[in-house]
Write a protein that binds this ligand. Structure first.
Ligand SMILES: CC(C)(COP(=O)(O)OP(=O)(O)OC[C@H]1O[C@@H](n2cnc3c(N)ncnc32)[C@H](O)[C@@H]1OP(=O)(O)O)[C@@H](O)C(=O)NCCC(=O)NCCS
Length: 244
């Protein structure tokens, strides 16, 4: 069981790379060309991501097929599926779900360790971070905000099809929930009609964020659809929900 299982809808399938071989082999010929000249690190993470994504798709009943790379680096899943991949050294996961009420998903995992101030300043406004600490977030809030924005970017990309600046979005805590404020009118326009659900988990080593977009008019049931995994450590897990 992955922490992502507790953060995503019930019918999502999450697969983590658990065995060393998943980082070493298993790419299909069409995929090999993307890493033909890549570093060893990049080839390994790309390989693990494709193996995880293929295994997840197989659990939805899809035959083995190449997951090619789109023009903006996005993984191309079958048109009736939404999916997302994340890797950070030594950890890789992919999540997929049949497109129905959920229109897109994004997952992100990051090591739960301090971030340089200069980097944090590029990613968030000072008040954003201060609010999370004031709210009692027990670990590195700057990593949490970063990871939420990365997961959000992956989920929002199919609707925006462009680079989204980190400061187009402000992430606010709100009780056990949180709120993603779309401060950019352009972004708000691109996501019209969509409700953003985002959930956060920690395991002492990493922070895990999952964001998914659903019809704004059908959001009520999702607030109740929270699975408890028992392997998350804090009050922000797994029930943190971000709404627009
Ligand atoms: C694309 C990005 C989000 C990836 O995040 P990361 O923390 O660097 O890396 P992760 O390992 O978690 O994720 C990498 C995976 O993201 C996926 N990805 C890359 N570009 C993507 C896109 N445009 N849309 C959706 N998924 C994408 C890929 O599957 C990639 O793995 P792969 O290349 O092996 O297939 C990041 O590199 C980036 O460009 N960020 C800037 C934009 C941003 O986040 N803005 C914040 C908006 S509020």
């Amino acid at each position: 069981m992955s922490i992502f299982d507790s953060l995503l809808p019930m019918d999502a399938v999450v697969v983590e790379a658990r065995s060393p071989e998943w980082w070493e082999s298993g790419l299909l010929p069409e995929e090999l060309r993307y890493v033909a000249r890549a570093s060893d690190k990049r080839r390994r993470e790309f390989t693990a991501g494709r193996n995880c994504a293929r295994a997840a798709l197989a659990r939805l009943g899809w035959p083995s097929a190449a997951i090619v790379v789109g023009p903006d680096r996005q993984p191309i899943f079958p048109s009736t599926v939404c999916g997302s991949i994340t890797h950070t050294s030594g950890y890789c996961a992919a999540a997929v779900i049949q497109k129905d009420e959920v229109h897109s998903i994004g997952i992100d995992a990051e090591f739960d360790m301090p971030m340089e101030d200069a980097v944090a300043r590029m990613i968030m406004i000072p008040q954003e971070l201060a609010k999370w600490y004031a709210h009692g977030y027990p670990s590195h809030a700057e990593v949490l905000v970063f990871s939420l924005k990365e997961a959000f970017y992956k989920a929002a990309f199919p609707f925006c099809r462009r680079h989204i600046g980190f400061k187009e979005v402000v992430v606010h805590p709100a009780g056990q929930h949180a709120h993603i404020e779309l401060v950019s009118p352009r972004l708000a326009d691109e996501l019209t009609g969509l409700h953003i659900v985002a959930r956060v988990g920690r395991d002492g080593q990493r922070i895990y964020c999952a964001v998914f977009l659903i019809d704004r008019l059908r959001n009520v049931k999702w607030d109740a659809d929270i699975r408890t995994s028992g392997n998350c450590q804090d009050t922000f897990s797994p029930t943190a929900i971000l709404d627009t």
